[in-house]
Design a protein around this ligand. Structure first.
Ligand code: HEM
Length: 228
């Protein structure tokens, strides 16, 4: 009994979304909001597609210069917070546990279930295959949007990077399409979060305590057995 109590001190109860994940997730949501709104203002100043101009009511920054200042402010938050999230996800094994493995067959099965409105939401502790693909995908797009942003910001200093894209206009296009992919992700992601409110609550409160198997740590009991 005493050993069990000692073991649970070594491996404290673990929440589905630990506090650092929740803090970084919501900081990221605010940073993305700032970056997209200000990015749209900057875009309006020198449009890429003649048919597309973002209404003033949904952009951030009264003038393009203000939009740029907001964009850099959001960029520092997004980059530093994103790096912290990537380091945390890799170092704690969260990415390995929650996002891998991905089965292509399961992706198709999950899409089929979603289309027939038969997707199950009773187990919050596991991401389905489509969630895994979407979360990994948005992380890759997040990295690409930062790289293309760096090339747009300092095309001379990062000339080798900029050259990889072929032309300045290509960098703008890549940056724009990454933004579009993130907006599409957010529409799906927020819709699903609202459709399954307990997942939203879990991202706010931490959600249920999960057992050690789900965290990938050695079970507390086996720790007792091996040391006992
Ligand atoms: C207001 C906007 C947002 C809401 C309401 C929201 C909601 C949520 C919820 C409820 C979850 C948990 C899903 C689950 O347990 O099944 C989650 C996870 C996640 N969200 Fe969001 N989200 C928002 C914005 C964003 C943005 C802007 C991004 C990235 C561009 C993002 C990326 C992620 C990722 C990568 C995860 C998985 C986190 C992990 O498990 O480590 N979210 N979000």
């Amino acid at each position: 009994m005493a050993q069990l109590a000692a073991a649970s001190r070594v491996y404290p109860a673990h929440r589905l979304h630990p506090l650092p994940v929740r803090i970084m997730h919501w900081i990221n949501a605010v940073a993305i909001f700032i970056m997209i709104g200000s990015g749209w203002k900057i875009y309006n100043d020198d449009i890429i597609f003649s048919f597309l101009r973002f209404p003033d009511s949904i952009v951030i920054g009264k003038w393009a210069q203000y939009g740029l200042e907001w964009h850099f402010f959001g960029m520092w938050i997004f980059v530093l917070n994103g790096l912290a999230y990537l380091c945390y996800g890799i170092a704690t094994g969260r990415f390995r546990r929650k996002l891998f493995p991905i089965s292509i067959r399961e992706v198709f099965v999950t899409i089929g279930e979603a289309l027939r409105f038969r997707l199950r939401h009773d187990d919050l502790t596991h991401y389905n295959a489509v969630q895994k693909v979407l979360y990994l995908g948005v992380m890759i797009v997040g990295i690409l949007i930062v790289i293309s942003g760096l090339a747009l910001w300092k095309p001379i200093q990062f000339s080798e990077l900029a050259n990889l894209f072929g032309s300045f206009q290509n960098i703008r296009l890549v940056h724009f399409f990454c933004m579009s992919a993130i907006v599409a992700f957010i529409v799906v992601h927020v819709t699903l979060a609202l459709l399954v409110p307990q997942s939203l609550l879990a991202m706010l409160t931490g959600g249920p305590a999960i057992d050690d198997d789900a965290t990938g740590r050695a079970p507390a009991v086996s720790k007792v057995e091996t040391t006992g």
